[in-house]
Design a protein around this ligand. Structure first.
Ligand SMILES: NC(=O)c1ccc[n+]([C@@H]2O[C@H](COP(=O)([O-])OP(=O)(O)OC[C@H]3O[C@@H](n4cnc5c(N)ncnc54)[C@H](O)[C@@H]3O)[C@@H](O)[C@H]2O)c1
Length: 421
């Protein structure tokens, strides 16, 4: 079959490679020039796909990265894996609309279009289907097929990959679902059918909202535990010894990445604007999680205060900027927010992140000076804050040298100058 994958990012590239491996002819549509050039040169920017796999795909002659619409001609299946970010703190479906509009003129009779992007219930039916029907003049479900299949990929996770994570599939009609199921059975190991596209859309958002709300709960409990002089990490470990009915989540400096802080907003916004329904627990979770970077700053301020120092003029070493350990991913990273808040308060902050890519002036995001070698003497700073526990950090050295460390991840060895969040 000829497969088109719209968007060659963290979701689209692994899917494209799986489809190539399954023997399909695959067009990887990628409008970003830089990304496209890298793909054409066999250089992968997605951690889960190594250069060897990409090169093998290119050499097979069955993988064709492009940004030329005409290459979409005659496709059998098109899968849309484009971003669904927030714009002005509200859901932004413009990428989904744009990608659907690119695909629409090339839909032939019997073709299948599947949306994979994470979004609120109703998007496939209310946004994707009308664009396709308008462009073709046909009826979705009769003349061509439409499905929704959420992606669950966890970049960097070696245990659960695209190949072995169960894939939910759904369709506009029973035939659409059957077509969607048939496609995914060929590229992944386990397929689970949903009754409707809305059910599948909601299932994906529920998964992430569940995590988001539970992280808010432990963040809030962490604040209480600190007042009680109780270590919340040890408390959670104790609770986790219960073999049933408890799932452990961990506190931290906030919630980052392009999924977890974003997806619940798709749900709350949709519930409020379309159904006048307020998801109170989720909205409260957002308040708590978004306040967490400010809480981290306050804890550093309190610690400095005890030593007769103000944030203003203090020197602070921030360890880790990415939202996730051992990646360079700075999207929505609360660590970046903490650093910016410290700087706004007049602290002199140096950040160390072995993965983040600095600009030619050695800075990240224009303002944060980045020490690239990680060889700073931690004792030269008034405070050290561990924000992202990259494997490369020598935590024992930090503990030995620093005069004060705020550990926001509960990973530092015990020591007289170490405080946990
Ligand atoms: N990355 C994850 O861990 C993950 C997991 C599950 C679900 N998702 C969801 O999958 C979707 C894609 O996420 P991602 O991480 O792959 O994003 P990404 O930013 O890595 O990749 C998306 C790609 O789409 C391209 N693109 C933008 N506009 C386009 C258009 N009009 N036509 C074709 N391509 C276009 C971008 O250039 C980019 O390369 C999002 O909805 C996200 O929430 C992501």
């Amino acid at each position: 079959m000829k497969i088109v994958v719209m968007g060659q990012g963290y979701v689209g590239l692994p899917l494209a490679m799986a489809a190539v491996e399954a023997g399909h002819q695959v067009v990887g549509f990628e409008p970003d020039e830089q990304r496209l050039l890298q793909l054409l040169n066999g250089s992968s920017y997605v951690e889960d796909i190594d250069d060897k796999t990409l090169a093998a795909g290119l050499e097979s002659g069955r993988y064709q990265p492009t940004r030329n619409d005409a290459e979409l001609l005659d496709f059998d299946v098109a899968v849309i894996t484009v971003p669904t970010p927030l714009h002005d703190r509200l859901p932004d479906l413009s990428f989904v609309r744009a990608a659907t509009e690119t695909v629409a003129p090339y839909v032939k009779a019997g073709a299948l279009v599947v949306l994979e992007s994470t979004t609120h219930p109703g998007t496939t039916r209310e946004v994707v289907v009308p664009i396709l029907e308008k462009a073709t003049g046909w009826t979705a479900g009769d003349d061509f097929h439409v499905g929704f299949s959420p992606e669950r990929i966890d970049p960097g996770n070696e245990r659960w990959t695209f190949a072995n994570t169960p894939k939910i599939v759904s369709g506009l009609t029973d035939t659409c679902r059957a077509r969607t199921e048939e496609f995914y059975r060929g590229v992944t190991s386990t397929v689970v059918c949903a009754e409707s596209m809305e059910e599948a859309e909601l299932a994906k958002i529920v998964e992430n909202t569940f995590r988001y709300v539970n992280i808010a709960l432990v963040n809030e409990l962490g604040r209480l535990a600190s007042l009680l002089s109780v270590d919340v990490w040890r408390t959670l470990e104790l609770a986790d010894t219960k073999p049933f009915g408890f799932t452990k989540f961990l506190p931290g400096p906030g919630v980052g990445g392009h999924c977890l802080p974003v997806d619940p907003v798709y749900l709350t916004h949709y519930a409020r604007t379309r159904h006048s329904h307020t998801l109170r627990v989720v909205e409260l979770a957002r308040d708590i999680n978004e306040a967490q970077p400010g809480y981290v700053v306050r804890r550093i301020q309190d610690a400095l205060n005890l030593r007769g120092r103000a944030l203003l003029g203090s020197s602070i070493l921030a360890l880790g900027l990415a939202y996730k350990p051992d990646t360079a991913d700075l999207r929505e990273s609360p660590a970046v927010e903490v650093v910016q808040m410290l700087r706004d308060a007049g602290a002199d902050v140096v950040a160390v992140d072995p993965y983040a890519v600095p600009d030619p002036e050695g800075k990240v995001r224009a303002t944060i000076p980045l020490a690239t070698d990680g060889g700073e003497n931690c004792g030269d700073f008034d405070a050290v804050v561990l924000l992202t526990p990259h494997k490369g950090f020598d935590l024992q050295r930090v503990a030995d040298e620093a005069i004060y460390v705020l550990d926001t991840r509960g990973v530092m060895p015990d020591g007289p100058y170490i405080e946990r969040l």
